[in-house]
Write a protein that binds this ligand. Structure first.
Ligand code: UDP
Ligand code: MG
Length: 315
């Protein structure tokens, strides 16, 4: 087994040296070939030059330097594209994750496809970080059906197949387990140590909560309806259209047979609105259906994933 460790770093000049030292100490005890991929996410401090120095001294290190700050998810994606190991481990570059947890993850990856760290005693401020994270984790595990305690923990291990099949967008790295679950991966969780940030500043604050909720909606939609959008928009559209139709039918009846004035009635507005909304929703569902076909057929992307083939043709 070979190992790749992918670490995004953004303005971590006080951390990178120590990070590399600690990491090397742990990885050297593992008796496996390994590479450390440090992804500089457009740092504006001395991070990059320090990384270059580290790379010159250690041939196991690869440094990717992104042209500007693309965000942690993009930095992970870059690292994944270059990773060669059978197992890929990710972690933060700020020393909040502890490299000495890596052997634990590697032990578990033997029987799983994805192992996720759980910062049980998380060392971050309560109000701005831990509380939102508790709510987010509860929400994510209920909505996606992938039961983990700590989605935000960067310390994770993946089998190569898992990440090579993955496309990451936006701020999606915390949803990798949920996205990967579509492929039917076996997921395990393990408690890991977490340290307070000693040097440098956290790059995130409370504003991330809204983004996480929006990403969650996207992930849930893609997970459940990505191959059948009409089933998502359609029922609501049909319901709305029918309601509107009945309301207008009733008003027409009222006008024609009882001669009541209907021009000023709010119900008229509601009926018309419901019909328009209904048509729009069904239209969106149909557009979605076309997009699904464009997406899958243009990329020859199957709507299933095969694990093994048994039969006369199989090797
Ligand atoms: N990071 C990055 N690009 C960014 C923001 C963060 O590569 O735009 C890196 C950062 O250097 C660190 C990791 O992602 O190694 C986690 O960031 P941070 O510690 O700020 O997040 P927190 O631990 O506070 O959630
Ligand atoms: Mg951190």
């Amino acid at each position: 087994m070979t190992l790749s460790v992918v670490i995004p770093v953004y303005n971590e000049e006080e951390n990178v040296r120590l990070l590399h030292e600690q990491l090397k100490r742990v990885l050297d005890t593992l008796n496996t070939e390994y590479e450390i991929i440090l992804v500089d996410d457009g740092s504006s401090d001395r991070t990059l030059s320090l990384l270059e120095e580290i790379q010159r001294q250690d041939t196991n290190v690869m440094v990717l330097s992104l042209r500007r700050n693309f965000g942690q998810t993009a930095a992970f994606a870059a690292g994944f594209d270059f990773a060669q190991g059978d197992v890929v481990v990710t972690m933060d570059g700020d020393l909040q994750n502890d490299p000495s947890d890596i052997p634990k993850l590697i032990e578990l990856i033997k029987d799983n496809d994805l192992v996720s760290g759980w910062r049980k005693k998380r060392q971050d401020p309560f109000l701005s970080r831990r509380l939102p994270s508790i709510l987010a984790n509860w929400l994510i595990s209920n909505v996606t059906g992938v039961k983990l305690h700590d989605y935000g923990c960067s310390l994770k291990a993946y089998r190569r197949e898992v990440i090579k099949n993955l496309k990451l967008y936006g701020e999606m790295h915390r949803f990798i387990p949920a996205v990967a679950s579509w492929y039917g991966v076996r997921i395990a969780e393990v408690e890991t140590t977490h340290h307070p940030r000693l040097h440098g500043k956290s790059k995130y604050g409370i504003s991330r909560t809204v983004k996480v909720v929006l990403d969650l909606i996207t992930v849930k939609f893609l997970q459940s309806f990505s191959t059948k959008p009409i089933q998502f928009f359609g029922p609501v559209g049909v319901l709305s259209g029918f309601l509107g139709f009945f309301i207008l039918f009733y008003l027409t009846f009222d006008k024609l047979f009882f001669g009541h004035d209907i021009g000023g009635r709010p119900l008229l507005l509601l009926g018309a609105l419901l019909i328009i909304v209904g048509i729009q929703l069904i239209g969106m569902g149909l557009l979605g259906e076309m997009l699904v076909r464009v997406y899958h057929e243009s990329q020859r992307k199957p709507i299933y994933v095969i694990k093994k083939i048994l039969g006369p043709e199989s090797k």
